[in-house]
Ligand binder design. Structure first.
Ligand SMILES: [Zn+2]
Ligand SMILES: [Zn+2]
Length: 643
């Protein structure tokens, strides 16, 4: 007679063993209809699971994150079933749930085409309509191997062979399709309502390029058609904002095969990049930082000392040259360089906290498949800083950084910021008392800055806890940017110290922080955040001065010169083109302001101002415009800093 406890604390007693579906039914018809699984004593199970003992139960519907994941996994199975029915000589490999959807990797000699996707999607709808029962069966290892061998599914057999000995092997059946799967799944295929296949891409068996090439079909699935529609619109919007497309249209940068994952910045892109550096430099100056610069190529031994060679060696570029038989590394991180600067001379406790910033260019090997425009590169510039401080100063420094980070993100239009906090892992160095101190400092800082956080238990580095900042952009996407890490390890490894008030040498703590993270990546995110329509202070070209007729060229030159005088990035367009053509051209380049000059403007010393995206013009006296522009193009730096 199982006693069932519900999330609201209610308890119901049943006379006999009972399934999840029956419990849902006993609550309400509508819940039974919506239910797709249960959470039993913290573990997800099928609705058909029979409960014999006292348990805590939660009915799972697609409205919850767990429910949606189950639905997405149903969709992956239904897709594999559809492929199986349509293309019988295809082998299924793995089909997990991913953010917003699912994929399945198939082995097939002939590539899937976009029209194949349509046919597969149509077949999936048919399977949903059939409302096939989804049933779980367990098998012994030997039975399972024989079963999938008989289905000609060698990849499944390979997966079974490497499953841990004691793992229960379960197979889910629907119609004439079967898949090796832990589950749980919805009770029937009819529960899947809102889905769409999105694309097909190449993949490798077990993610290894030495293995057989597979074809990965991606799809998205949602609890309701409305949610699906919203998602598809968001994707369409994201495509329009794609920074790679905008970068080309606006002439900002390019990539080429000879330098995979490294950016060729064009003058306009580099101007934007320099604006970001200038902004951060000004902020750092206000906050008591000093700036340093350290070599890109240094002896490999430094990385052995730091521990990067051991942990990170596979991602490091090495260098050799001439007759020199030393091995060098192209730096993947700035920390060891910063430590070398700290080590010069004697540092007193009065010098701490020492906040040392570096716009350091680093190189890290990423597989070519992972590269993605500016968002994932091999060579990038960090707005890195290392704060050397005493244990007592960790608290205050972390709080100051958290506040600073929020102000900086707000300056770029990001106001929704969350934090991920990763605390001590099992394998770690340092006393628990220091970890307590460091973790408390970070928590205190997060709370002091009024930030919401989620805990990643045990996910900190072996040398210290960390926080990571996650921003939500204008179309609801999340980006992980900055980090703050507390580090007791590097000071130890490099044996650095400061002279404390007691006249003895003490070990400082190192705080690593980056706010933009990678400037290249941040530039990409900014382009997408603003759809390329950058705020005036960031725009590579702020104002274009365009003449309607060449008769006013001299006046146009005079206006442009006056703008440059106040530091405005102004450009002249004296081409013989029609003015409407010029407007279109500079709109595509996303120039925030155009001054349209004709005879009337020349005679009255005025300008016609046309803002990006507007189809009207305002007439202003040139002197008034220049006065207003000066304020409008100022960077937000330092205006509202508390420091
Ligand atoms: Zn599965
Ligand atoms: Zn560092």
């Amino acid at each position: 007679m199982p006693k069932i406890t519900f999330p609201d604390g209610n308890i119901k007693e049943f006379a006999t063993a009972i399934s999840g579906a029956e419990i849902a039914e006993s609550i309400s018809k509508s819940l039974a209809k919506a239910a797709i699984a249960i959470e039993l004593n913290g573990e997800l199970k099928d609705l058909s699971f029979v409960i014999e003992e006292d348990s805590v139960i939660k009915i799972i519907t697609p409205e919850s994150i767990d429910g949606l994941d189950i639905l997405r996994h149903d969709a992956a199975h239904i897709m594999a079933q559809a492929v199986n029915e349509l293309f019988p000589n295809t082998q299924a490999t793995i089909g997990p749930v991913i953010e917003n959807g699912f994929f399945y990797d198939f082995a097939r000699d002939i590539p899937f085409t976009p029209s194949d996707l349509e046919v597969i999607e149509e077949k999936m709808r048919e399977i949903v309509k059939r409302n096939d029962k989804i049933e779980r069966r367990t098998m012994s290892r030997q039975e399972a191997i024989e079963f999938f061998t008989s289905l000609n599914e060698p990849y499944k057999v390979e997966i079974i062979k490497v499953l841990p000995e004691n793992e229960e092997i379960s197979v889910y059946f629907q119609g004439n399709f079967a898949d090796l799967c832990r589950g749980p799944h919805a009770p029937t295929t009819g529960r899947l309502k809102a889905f769409k296949l999105t694309k097909v891409a190449g993949a490798y068996w077990r993610g290894d390029s030495k293995n057989q090439q597979l074809q990965r079909i991606y799809g998205t699935a949602w609890a309701t058609t409305e949610q699906l529609q919203e998602y598809l619109i968001r994707m369409e919007e994201a495509e329009k904002r794609d920074h790679r497309k905008l970068g080309k249209e606006m002439g900002l940068f390019h990539f080429q095969e000879e330098a995979p994952g490294a950016v060729f910045w064009h003058p306009k892109g580099w101007t934007l990049f320099q604006q970001l550096i200038g902004y951060m430099r000004a902020v750092q100056n206000n906050c008591g930082y000093v700036e340093i610069n350290t070599p890109s190529i240094m002896d490999y031994s430094l990385w052995q000392t730091s521990g990067h060679a051991e942990k990170f060696g596979a991602n490091m570029f090495t260098a050799y040259a001439g007759e020199d038989d030393r091995v060098y590394a192209v730096k993947p991180m700035n920390c060891p360089g910063g430590v070398q600067v700290f080590k010069q001379g004697t540092i007193s406790y009065r010098d701490l906290p020492l906040r040392m910033a570096e716009f350091g260019k680093v190189n890290r090997y990423e597989p070519s498949g992972a590269l993605h425009g500016l968002l994932r590169v091999r060579e990038f510039t960090q707005d890195d800083a290392h704060i050397f401080c005493t244990e007592e100063q960790i608290n205050e420094e972390c709080l100051a950084m958290c506040r600073l980070v929020l102000q900086i993100y707000a300056d770029f239009g990001f106001t929704e910021v969350r934090v991920k906090f990763s605390d001590r892992p099992e394998q770690r160095i340092g006393d628990d008392s220091i970890w307590d101190k460091a973790e408390n400092a970070l928590i205190h800082a997060i709370e002091g800055a009024n930030l919401e956080y989620t805990l990643n238990p045990g996910e900190g580095a072996f040398y210290g806890p960390k926080i990571e900042f996650v921003l939500r952009d204008a179309i609801g996407r999340d980006w992980q940017l900055g980090t703050i890490q507390v580090d007791f390890n590097l000071p130890e490894r490099f044996d650095i110290g400061y002279i404390a008030a007691d006249g003895k040498k003490h070990r400082p703590v190192m705080l690593h922080r980056a706010i933009f993270g990678s400037l290249e990546r941040f530039t990409g995110i900014l382009l997408e955040q603003y759809s390329g329509k950058l705020p005036l202070w960031l725009a590579p070209t702020q104002v274009v001065v365009a003449s309607i007729t060449n008769e006013v060229d001299d006046y146009a030159k005079e206006v442009a010169a006056a703008l440059k005088q106040i530091g405005c990035r102004a450009e002249l367009d004296l081409d013989g083109d029609k003015i409407n053509y010029k407007i279109r051209k500079h709109s595509l380049l996303k120039v925030p302001m155009m001054l349209i000059l004709g005879k009337k403007e020349q005679e009255t010393s005025t300008i016609s101002l046309r803002r990006l995206g507007s189809d009207t013009q305002e007439i202003l006296a040139l002197a008034d415009f220049i006065a207003k522009l000066g304020d409008a193009m100022a960077s937000p730096t330092g205006e509202h800093r508390e420091f």
